[in-house]
Write a protein that binds this ligand. Sequence first.
Ligand code: F6P
Length: 541
Amino acid sequence: MNAKSAIKTLEPHRKRLSDMPMRDLFVADSKRFSKFSLTLDDLSFDFSKNRIDADAFDALVELARNRQVEERRDAMFAGEHINTTEDRAVLHTALRNLSGDPVLVDGKNVMPEIRKVLSAMRKFSNDVRSGKYKVSGGKITDVVNVGIGGSDLGPAMVVRALSPYADGPQAHFVSNVDGADLADTLKGLNPKTTLFIIASKTFTTAETMANARSALAWIKKAVGVKKAGSHFAALSTNLEATRAFGISDDRTFGFWDWVGGRYSVWSAIGLSVMLAIGPARFRSFLEGAHIVDQHFCKAPLEKNIPVIMALLGIWYRNIWGFGTHAVLPYDNRLARFPAYLQQLDMESNGKHVDLAGKTVRTETGPVVWGEPGTNGQHAFYQLIHQGTDIIPCDFLVAAQPQEKLGNHHLMLVANCLAQSEALMTGKTLEEVTAELKKNGLDEAAIEHLAPHKVFEGNRPSNTFIYRKLTPKTLGMLIALYEHKVFVQGTIWDINSFDQWGVELGKVLAVEIQPFLSADKSPTKKDSSTKGLVKAFLSLRS
Ligand code: F6P
């Protein structure tokens, strides 16, 4: 059965559940939470506040089975070339394979190479952190990761999330080719004690190379050409290019074409994380992901957290027609987690053709977005509660805070739980009317005000509660979302591991750039592009 027909089998369940709001389902079944929640290590996953009942859930699980999620998962872990348009294996899971088992790519066990790079990263990190590795001004005080997309979002998000564990040099991240990014970052840094890590899988990405060249110029100016090299390290699969840039091989940390950019934080791309939190905690981070990999491989589909996350996403995207998905961490240090997931999900599953190159007949990846609670509550939650779009949400919250600060954490958790409750239960017109009556409003005032205070409810959410935002927990969370994205791509029959959609804009930027410094009209362009170039040139002088 093709993706569309398989997904369509869910339709009767939507029809049935359309008349059964979740609040009624909760009243009817006191065991709903225990039926629709799971625990994995230190993490609990509640998916009971979704528009499902036992039959709908079974049908969703059946969909995963019919779409051969298990077979394709096994193919991925076995190193088959499931990234067909680039003819590559997909093995970010090997980077956190702590089992001792071999992982084969084209018949070759890649684990020894992975361990070799990890051990080189460990040695370098220990040397930098201890001060054994010295640059012109002595011990490194600041590390600037220069990269973009997967070579930035992962480490930047993780370093921020794990800041309570950071005891190494101060980490900074420069990604945007907008000179403001580099300039603002370098302000206040001492070039003599700064290390730049040029992170680029291809080592050709225009923005990263521009920032790397400007960083090199800044260092050379301060320490001279001869000493500049020691202020640079590289993370890349392209050794020729790192050498051409002048970074010596002993400060170049490699990875492989079977690690996708947005799946690369576990690889050498995580060096800035390791420098910040140290090798032992970096290992815990890998351990967390490994726990999830094992769960993904071994748990039956109906108890498999990433599979369930994926199925619920399909349910809402394809059957209920909900086009966006919000990720709402009640954990301020996860502020960049939604942005990280945007790349992971939208670059992976924002596809319009299937594996055979045929136009897909179902919607694929949703728009993923979010901000930390409680800030979001005072900004966009109005629309989530009462807007005309239904937005499935993921709430994330830790049981233990990093800071013991009065009752802040209890307030935070209470808000998180209150939001998912409010979204689910809503508030009926009768309830609003009774409340207003109780508050002494007359009938006219009630009639005027009541509709505005109604919450239709029945708005779905998942909630993750974890013990504490540790390196291990963060590793788990990221891996859960990675596998969710994979399962959805499998069900939609698309390639989640290429990203051709980013290429056209890159090519056109190269074409347009010469027109921005020459007073020559781009004759072959559309009138809007020509007009914008003209406006730019006139405003420039
Ligand atoms: O343009 C998209 C992209 O290729 C991402 O997939 C990738 O994470 C990012 O650019 C950076 O690529 P690189 O690591 O090769 O510089």
